[in-house]
Structure formats: structure tokens, C-alpha cells
Design a protein around this ligand. Structure first.
Ligand SMILES: Nc1nc2c(ncn2[C@@H]2O[C@H](COP(=O)(O)OP(=O)(O)OP(=O)(O)O)[C@@H](O)[C@H]2O)c(=O)[nH]1
Length: 885
């Protein structure tokens, strides 16, 4: 037994209030009280660990569904796309609201202002009904981006592990990502009914692979010679909990420690052992637990369950989180779900206990409360001469104080019955029914005619969605997943927000580049409109899909993150949207880059567009950006302000667009009058040029792949380029044509070069297979092994995370797992991690080969590291094989 006495580390808590300064006192009180009883929670896990099965039980016990949905029968609530139901996997994250503990049967809706005790010092939070907004996230690696998007709106997460497979590669990846967002997490070890279930091994893996100290709050209760899983030992409340076999899980019997001692002494002893370990672990991280221990004469068992839960809550809310509470169960057999729900309420934070939401505004990073406080101060201190500047430089405070609400559209779903649903999380203020929302990503405003709360499959209409809450806006025509929506004073559908407000972005995330693509061709001309509309909705739902149209052939390319990603998009298009189109084979998305420069070429456009005469001229030249062989994996689109008469955009795939616009100052629109036609304005002209350039870069002239590593220069001479007949579309089309001409000319002078996606691959194998896997990666696949066991690599485990010795972790024995004699040293020796850079082409079908090399035990994850120029022979081979189709 370890001795307590070491002083706990300083507790750093999330200490943030949801800003609501513009609400009335009554509304603010209501919003605060509502926030306190709200949990915005995600479920994260490896594919098939049981997320959907567990979610279905949660909905059933909370009273929101009358029967338990079954993944295997395809009758679940959360996996609601036909493609998901058919495959039994979760693709789209759905957000569902339910109450836990359930509302009393007589109450249809929760009270507007929840009745809260003055403090939770003497009572558990789970004693009063809370709103749980549950966001189900996909488990497959192709949907990592989808997971990232949902992580942004979570305040806490339940990580579900398969008790047989233990910690799997994808779990590790999502765990690390959620750690970067400082999301407090608890773990549920599921499937403990299965043969070979190994709770102890899984708990040790939590320490070794997820780098957290497992606080074992429940231990599995296996009975009989064959080890039937019947319930759990509740370490917090010192009791046994047994679920009725074959029931719906509502019938739970509790046995006190004294009762257990009479009937099942070994189990009772193990519960006590687990309690001692739990108190010791908590004492190392929480000073208050040390005090309780001393107050109770150093008796681990005398400390109350409430005190243990409160201590667990404190350590879970520490950032970074070092202690991870672990619960046990088998959701398919309805065991363990209700105590897990209690833990969600008792241990995970409310929106008010989370760090401030990060925002960017006018190219600067800040937090939302900082921004709002600056605006609020400005309201009381009257500026003397010109508007005072706050810490967010360049943005007048006067603009910020007009901000009434700020929300993130974190998911767009096309619902067959209700149309397009935009799921939002509100971060400040409140969205009211009928209000107008300005979309800062698209630069347009639209009205929110209806607001909904989604309860399982029922939708309830609401008047407003307050700060900290998740809800649905229907009737929006443009908003996409990931867009920031704001409400400000004086907002009109037709005018842009004043100054920097229009650049406000909530929690922006970096988008990885698409590495696979497929072609789409409508079966007939009459089908074209429907195919385009369906693709439009798919892209609103999932902005990690990219669309490009070849001007000459009219062929459409759809690009995505992985082959499964595109397969699902294809299924949705054909089956859900009933689009009649031919869809090509899924191919790797190479890039092409020019190797020579061109001198300026001017394209004159003078033809009717949509029945109206249109005219514009654009002068452009191109040059290879630099000779570096690699372009980074993360795609950024930023505008660099470099003077009043120049604008530079950094575009995806390491392309740059430089526009010089002499006589047209960005900061003095009044002086434009004498230079440009009255119906045009500079920001719109620059946007049209950018749109034309992006379209030209989407299809290179060499092999039709997107162009990379290229700098485009455009000289905009207002006198000679703009005419009374010039329209934004004409500017875009002329830009596209001018750049296309230049790219073709560059390819004629010196052939373009192909670049291929290279992946950073992390493979987990046993020691015995290490040699064979390394050999295969480096020889057969042309990969470059970067590190073994995580050293020197960005994608490998974060080096700041504690390395935990599995032998110091408490676990109960694993009587029914195979080969579990010495789990600790076995784990430390056998788990190896290889990090390698490998061309994506060589990773196609890798899982089967890895399984063959490792006896089925190896797993891997990968992400795009960048694009590399290909050698001439490799390029020839790739082009030859592409031409075969
Ligand atoms: N034996 C057993 N099987 C389970 C348990 N929980 C889930 N399963 C089964 O495991 C399979 C996967 O379960 P899901 O709930 O679809 O897993 P998921 O994590 O949602 O998977 P994705 O949606 O693909 O990410 C299904 O066949 C379930 O019936 C359990 O506690 N015990």
C-alpha cells in the first residue's frame, strides 16, 4: 500500500463564465441556471466499441425512447442515415437532447428556470434533472475531421473502450485531439460480457497509451465458473450492483459490503482494495481528499461516496487532466449505463466551467469574453475624438458592442421530413426565433424562421437558444457545417457588418487537404440540376468534401479525405438523394505543379452571361512558388494585408494569389468613385478574382489535378479592366481564363511535375512483429521510418504527457482473459509504436497486409503529412496506370 501524504498538485480549474452581458437580468439568471444543469457531451471511441449501442440505452433510460434500438437490426436513433444503418457504423454526428435523471413523469417540459440547491456541497448533482446534449461522433479514421468538428463544441466526453480489444489506435488519436482542446473525459470499459474480456489489461493500457492515471470507480462482477458478467462493484459507494439477467436493465439490485462479505468474500475484498487505491490516487492529485483522509483517521473506507465523487470532479476538471475515472459495463446487455449517466452529470463540467471560446477577428486571436468585455467597457467610457482601440488592434470597440449573439454551426444535416437542419452551439447572447443571422464565413445574412430542440427523434419548437445550449435552426439556405453565425445591432440582410465584425470566427480549425477523388457525371442533361443540388447539400453538410468542375468537359470531381469518405458520399448521392449519375472509380488525388514562369497575358471577356452582355479584362502571370519538394498537409486560406494597393491571398496547396490594384486603396473606398463603375466595389472585385483563381487552380492543364506551389500575379488596372458592363461573374470568368492560359503556356515551356500525398503513419504492433512491419514499410512500400515508440515525431504521443508505469496502476484480477498473468510488464514490453512517412499510394489496402504480418493484432492510424514531387519513373508509372481507366 502506498502512503498518502504527498501534497496534491495545484488545482487549475476551468473558471469561465458564459458571457451574456446583453441579456436582461432575468434572462441572464435563467441562462446561468440553465447552463448549470446542462452537459454538452460527446462519445468518442474506436469503431465498433459500442458508442451507438450505449447511446441507445441512454435514450431509453432517460425516457426519450420507448424501446431499445439495436445497431445490428438497424433500428437505432443516432445512426440515422440509411448508409449508416446499412453498414452499422456512425458517419454523421447527431446531437440529441435528453434529461438525466429523467424528468418526473408528470412533467412534459423542464421548468424555464431550473430549481437548484444553493450548493452541491451536500448533495450529488445527479440528484436533479439535467439537460444532456449528446453528440455522437464517428469512429472511423476517414471521419477524423468530423470528430474534430464535434470536439470543438463539447464540454466533456465519455470515451468508450471495447473491453476485449482494449485501447485501440483511433481511440488514442481522438483522445489526444480531445486532450488538445482540454476536454474533461471519463472512460467506460464496455463489452465485459464477451469471452476474453480483459478489464485489467484495458485499465493498464489507459495508463500506458492514454497517459492518464486510471481511477477505477467500478470493477467488473463476474460470477460462476464460466464468468457470467452480472454487474459491477461500486468502488465509490462500496456496494455491489447486479443487473437482472436478460432484462431491460432497469432492475438493479444493490448489495452492501456486509452482504457481499457473507456471500462473495473475494469480491467484497476486491471492492475494498479498489477503494483504498482510489483514495490514494485521488490524494495524490487533490489536497481536499488528503484532508478527508486525515479527518477519517486514515480509514480509506470511512470517506463518504459524496466526498469521493466531489474529489473525482475536481481532478477531472484539472487542466491538463491527469486522472481518468473508469467505469465498467456491457451496454448490449444493458449493464452499467445508468451509473455512467450519473457520472456524466456528477463529474463532467457545465458550459460555465469551460475555458473561454477562442475567436479570431481581423486576423487576430482572442477569446469571446475578452472581446465582449472590451466592447462593454467602450459603452461606458465615451471616446473623446476617434473610436478607442481595444487590445484587439485595428478593430473599433464601437463595432464589438453591437454584437448580440455568437454561435457556431457545428453540423448541417439534410432531414427527409424537416429539410436542412443546422445544429448550432450558442456561445454568447441568445438566438431568438425570427432573428437574422450573419454568416461570417460566407459573408451573407439569412433569417432563422424556426428553432428546434432535438429529443431523440422528436423535435420540439423553441423560442430561443441561449448561451451554452445546443439547438437546431431550420430554414437556413446557406449555412454550412463549421460556419460562425452572429447577430448584431443594425443587421440587415443586404448590408455587410461594420468593419471587423464580419471577420469574427469561432474556434477556427485547420482543414486537411483532400487526398482521394472521384468523377461524377449526370446520366442526362435533365438530371444535371438535381445532381448539382444534391452535391450542394452534401457539401453544406461536410465541407471536407471538395467539388471542382472542368470547364471544357463539364465533368465534376468530388474530392475527400479517404476512400470510405467518398464511398459514403457516393452512396448518399445515389441512394438518399436518388441522384441519377455515373460515378467513377475512387482515385488518389495527386497535385500538379508548373516548373516555368510566364509573362503577363490579358484575357478579354466580352459575351452575354445569363442573357446580359458582360465585359471584363484580367491580366495575369504565373510562376512556380519555390523549388521545395514538399507542401504542408494543413491547408490554410488567409488574406495577408500588404499595403493599401495590394492584396495577397494564401490559397490551399501552397498557392499564392497576389493582386495589385493601383489607385484603388483598400482603406479609402470614397476615392474609388472616379475609377470603378458605381455598381461595383473593391472587396467584391477582389472576391471575384479570388473565386476565378481558385477555380483555375482546381484543375491543372497537365493531367487535370489541382495545381500546387504556384504564385499568381494579377494587375488590376481599373481604367482598362473594368467597364460599365462588368459583373462579378465576368471578373471571375476572365480571371479563370487568364490563369488557365498562363498555366497551359507554362506547361508548354517545361512539363509540369506530379506531387503525391505522403502520409504520417503510426503503427501499433507487438514486439514479435516489429521487424517484419518495419521491413515492409521501408522496403516494400518505400516509406521512411521516422521513429520507434514515439520519439522525435509530431504525430506520436505528446512528449509532455506523463509516462505511466503500468505496474503502479491498480487493477482487479482478470480471471477470464487469456494470457493475463503479468499484464503490467507484458504491456510495457510488448506494445511497440512505429512512426513512418509513406506515400499514400502504398498504403492502399495496408490493413490486410498489417493483419497478415501481425497475426491480426496490429492497428494503425494515418494523417496527411504533405505532398512531395515524384521522381520521373514513379510519375510515369502512375500516369500509365491512370490512363488504363
Ligand atoms: N457482446 C457485446 N457486444 C456489444 C456490446 N456493445 C456493443 N456491442 C456490439 O458491438 C457492435 C458495434 O456496436 P456499435 O454500438 O455499433 O459501435 P459503435 O462504436 O457505435 O460503432 P461505429 O458507429 O461504427 O463507430 C454491434 O454489433 C453491437 O451489438 C456489449 O456490451 N457486448
Amino acid at each position: 500500500m502506498r502512503v498518502i501524504g504527498v501534497c496534491a498538485r495545484r488545482v487549475v480549474r476551468h473558471n469561465v463564465k458564459v458571457p451574456h452581458r446583453l441579456l436582461s437580468t432575468q434572462a441572464a439568471l435563467q441562462s446561468d441556471a440553465l447552463s448549470k444543469v446542462t452537459r454538452n457531451i460527446g462519445i468518442i471511441a474506436h469503431i465498433d466499441a459500442g458508442k451507438t449501442t450505449t447511446t441507445e440505452r441512454m435514450l431509453y433510460y432517460s425516457g426519450h425512447t420507448r424501446r431499445i434500438g439495436d445497431v445490428d437490426e438497424g433500428s437505432t436513433v443516432t445512426d440515422f442515415l440509411p448508409a449508416e444503418r446499412a453498414r452499422g457504423i456512425t458517419i454523421q454526428s447527431a446531437a440529441i437532447t435528453f434529461h438525466w435523471p429523467p424528468l418526473p413523469p408528470s412533467t412534459q417540459t423542464p421548468p424555464a428556470i431550473p430549481q437548484l440547491p444553493t450548493s452541491f456541497n451536500s448533495t450529488l448533482r445527479s440528484s436533479i434533472p439535467h439537460n444532456v446534449n449528446l453528440i455522437d461522433t464517428p469512429g472511423h479514421a476517414d471521419f477524423t475531421f468530423e470528430v474534430l468538428r464535434s470536439l470543438r463544441v463539447l464540454d466533456g466526453a465519455v470515451c468508450i473502450l471495447d473491453g476485449v480489444a482494449g485501447v485501440e489506435a483511433q481511440t488514442e488519436k481522438v483522445w489526444t485531439q480531445s486532450g488538445h482542446y482540454n476536454i474533461p473525459r471519463i472512460i467506460f470499459v464496455n463489452k465485459l460480457d464477451r469471452a476474453g474480456a480483459a478489464f485489467a489489461r484495458t485499465v493498464k493500457e489507459i495508463g500506458v497509451r492514454l497517459h492518464g492515471w486510471p481511477a477505477v470507480c467500478q470493477i467488473p462482477w463476474w460470477r460462476g465458473a464460466s464468468g457470467d458478467f452480472v454487474g459491477v462493484g461500486d468502488v465509490v459507494n462500496l456496494r455491489g450492483m447486479m443487473w437482472q439477467a436478460g432484462g431491460d436493465g432497469k432492475d438493479i439490485k444493490a448489495f452492501s459490503l456486509e452482504e457481499l462479505e457473507k456471500t462473495n468474500k473475494n469480491f467484497a475484498d476486491e471492492v475494498k482494495k479498489a477503494r483504498i487505491s482510489l483514495v490514494e490516487l485521488l490524494s495524490e492529485h487533490d489536497d481536499t481528499m488528503v484532508e478527508h483522509f486525515l479527518e477519517h483517521d486514515e480509514d480509506h473506507l470511512a470517506i463518504s461516496g459524496l466526498q469521493i465523487m466531489q474529489s473525482l470532479r475536481r481532478v477531472v476538471l484539472q487542466a491538463p487532466q491527469h486522472v481518468v475515472p473508469v467505469f465498467a459495463g456491457a451496454s448490449f446487455h444493458n449493464i452499467g449505463v445508468q451509473p455512467l449517466l450519473d457520472a456524466v452529470i456528477d463529474l463532467l463540467p457545465s458550459p460555465m466551467e469551460r475555458p473561454d471560446a477562442e475567436v479570431t477577428i481581423a486576423n487576430q486571436t482572442s477569446t469571446l469574453p475578452e472581446l465582449l468585455n472590451a466592447g462593454a467597457t467602450a459603452k461606458t467610457t465615451k471616446p473623446k475624438r476617434k473610436p478607442q482601440q481595444n487590445s484587439i488592434q485595428g478593430l473599433a470597440i464601437a463595432e464589438i458592442k453591437n454584437l448580440l449573439a455568437c454561435a457556431l454551426a457545428f453540423k448541417v444535416v439534410n432531414d427527409v421530413k424537416r429539410g436542412v437542419l443546422v445544429y448550432v452551439r450558442v456561445y454568447s447572447g441568445s438566438i431568438e426565433r425570427g432573428s437574422t443571422l450573419y454568416n461570417t464565413n460566407l459573408g451573407c445574412a439569412e433569417r432563422a424562421p424556426r428553432l428546434l430542440k432535438m429529443y431523440a427523434s422528436d423535435a420540439v419548437e423553441v423560442e430561443s437558444i441561449a448561451a451554452g445550449q445546443i439547438g437546431v435552426v431550420t430554414g437556413l439556405k446557406h449555412a454550412r457545417t463549421g460556419d460562425t453565425l452572429i447577430v448584431y445591432r443594425g443587421l440587415h440582410t443586404k448590408s455587410a457588418p461594420p468593419g471587423g465584425l464580419g471577420t469574427l470566427q469561432l474556434r477556427p480549425i485547420k482543414v486537411p487537404p483532400p487526398v482521394f477523388f472521384t468523377s461524377i457525371e449526370p446520366n442526362s442533361l435533365s438530371e444535371q440540376k438535381h445532381v448539382q443540388e444534391s452535391l450542394g447539400i452534401l457539401l453544406r453538410e461536410d465541407p471536407s468534401l471538395h467539388l471542382s468542375v472542368d470547364e471544357e468537359s463539364g465533368q465534376t470531381h468530388l474530392a475527400g479525405m479517404g476512400d470510405l469518405h467518398l464511398e459514403i458520399a457516393r452512396d448518399r448521392l445515389l441512394n438518399d438523394f436518388k441522384a441519377k449519375a455515373r460515378i467513377g472509380k475512387i482515385e488518389i488525388g495527386y497535385r500538379e505543379t508548373i516548373t516555368s514562369s510566364t509573362s503577363a497575358y490579358t484575357h478579354q471577356l466580352n459575351k452575354p452571361i445569363a442573357g446580359k452582355s458582360a465585359k471584363a479584362a484580367i491580366s495575369a502571370s504565373v510562376e512556380p512558388l519555390d523549388d521545395s519538394a514538399i507542401i504542408p498537409g494543413i491547408q490554410e486560406q488567409v488574406e495577408i494585408e500588404d499595403g493599401s494597393f495590394e492584396t495577397t491571398h494564401k490559397l490551399p496547396d501552397n498557392n499564392t494569389l497576389h493582386i495589385s490594384h493601383p489607385n484603388l486603396s483598400r482603406h479609402d473606398s470614397a476615392s474609388h468613385k472616379s475609377h470603378i463603375p458605381a455598381h461595383l466595389e473593391l472587396p467584391g472585385i477582389l472576391n471575384s478574382i479570388k473565386a476565378g483563381a481558385s477555380a483555375a487552380l482546381a484543375r491543372g492543364p497537365f493531367n487535370g489535378f489541382p495545381v500546387a506551389n504556384t504564385r499568381i500575379s494579377i494587375d488590376l488596372d481599373a481604367q482598362t479592366n473594368l467597364f460599365p458592363e462588368t459583373t462579378p461573374t465576368a471578373i471571375s470568368m476572365a480571371t479563370r481564363a487568364a490563369i488557365n492560359h498562363n498555366l497551359r503556356a507554362a506547361c508548354d515551356t517545361a512539363p509540369a511535375v506530379l506531387m503525391e500525398p505522403v502520409m504520417m503513419v503510426t503503427v501499433y504492433v507487438n514486439e514479435s512483429s516489429l521487424g517484419a512491419v518495419v521491413q515492409d514499410l521501408s522496403s516494400a512500400r518505400g516509406g521512411q521510418v521516422m521513429s520507434l515508440d514515439g520519439a522525435d515525431s509530431d504525430t506520436a504521443s505528446d512528449s509532455n504527457l506523463p509516462r505511466i508505469d503500468p505496474n503502479l496502476i491498480y487493477t482487479p484480477p482478470d480471471p477470464f482473459a487469456s494470457g493475463s498473468a503479468d499484464v503490467g510488464s507484458d504491456l510495457a514490453d510488448s506494445q511497440r509504436q512505429i512512426v513512418a512517412r509513406v506515400p499514400l499510394k502504398e498504403m492502399v489496402g495496408y490493413l490486410n497486409q498489417l493483419r497478415a504480418l501481425t497475426g491480426g493484432r496490429g492497428t494503425f492510424v494515418m494523417s496527411v503529412d504533405g505532398f512531395e514531387k515524384m521522381g520521373s519513373q514513379r510519375q510515369k508509372d502512375v500516369l500509365d496506370s491512370l490512363r488504363e481507366f
